[in-house]
Design a protein around this ligand. Sequence first.
Ligand code: BGP
Length: 464
Amino acid sequence: TLKSFPDNFLWGASTSAYQVEGASLEDGKGPSCQDVKEVPEGTSDLKVCADHYHRYKEDIALMAEMGFKAYRFSIAWTRILPEGTGEVNPKGIEFYNNLIDECLKYNIEPIVTMFHFDMPAALDQRGSWSNRDSVDWFVNFSKILFENFGDRVKYWLTINEQNMLTLVGPVIGTMTIPEGCTNELKEIYQQNHHMLVAQAKAMALCHEMLPDAKIGPAPNISIIYPESCRPEDTIAAQNANAMRNWLYLDAYVYGKYNNLVWAWLEEKDACPEFAPGDEEILKNAHPDFIGFNYYNTSVCKESDGTEKGGAVSQQENSGEAGLFDGVKNPYLKTTEFGWEIDPVGFRGTIREIYSRYHLPMLVTENGLGAYDKLTEDGKVHDPYRIEYLRKHIEQIQLAITDDCEMMGYCPWSAIDLISTHEGMVKRYGFIYVDRDEFDLKTMDRYRKDSFYWYKKVIATNGAD
Ligand code: BGP
């Protein structure tokens, strides 16, 4: 028999500041790397997004109507510190105070991501994560957050998808390689090391300043299957999993570098340099839970030894010479945007994480991007989203039945917002925002079919 969802299960959904807020340079906000970089051709800029900055009250009222127990959002670093360091912007503090209070008014637990792809532009110019000072910049920012919001925010997330920043950051433009760099691989893993140290220090600081709060990371974790039962393919899959998943979780939870990845970096002369004390810092950080984003699994086989080009997107890794070669999964269907759909892999991923780390888990993202249509009578029929989410929720329940400890489910996204690569046309929300890619139209909110469905799911604690 199936076990039920825990009573205090955090049903909710997620957004991130640069994709939902808009008001990108309003009320003293400084530019982030997202505001200064060129958006992909044919997609909207980030100036207005869903205009959540001005409409958060209406949006949170809708989330409350769905019965949300939690709302995961990120705090834009440059709203709080326009230059990334230095003067605090009181208007930024005020906005997030209001947002948090609005959530609490409806008993919605705010879950705050401290860093979601939006490095302050001023710090980007100083080398971003390649600069060792980035550790102090991030810790300083997190201290300001704990001081200002720690009395009301119980759940904190450090860095969103650090593994994607590292694996595809240089490709998607969220990681910058300094000019004249002669060992790019080492540079990438040095930046990754700075992120590890930064978030470890932030976790320790959180525990010191806010003993009742809970803090964890939010990487993108999904298991990688071997293509066949050839033993060589299993070794390849272990390599790929170490590189994509376990490197990060091993470091977060055990404060240790994954041995498979370390050995590979050694061979490439690309091991990151440790500053004095780093080892201690990594060892002393203990996440209270593991937050993770899950969209799709992938498959690999033994490497044929040639360079394939590594990770090409969040969904696809073409392979690493000597470690594994990426292959397509013939068993899975894809979304309209070509992302594989694998609910069973979700259960597999949850089981794997739990058996490795034995920490409670919070799903911080999961969802389906589609071309939703608003009908003339103000409806949005999105049965495909309902089906996708239902199947994933079923798998969470199976994982709970497997005795994995699950804290909550916050799919992507609470409301339509700007997709990182596809702009406004790729929608994920329960709430439809009436705007097109370039035409802002009315910006009115509409309840999608999935809105009513999710409301029932929450009301029945997952029974629907
Ligand atoms: C995750 C990011 C989110 C969000 C999501 C969907 O990797 O954390 O910020 O964008 O992916 O991706 P996309 O917008 O490319 O469809």
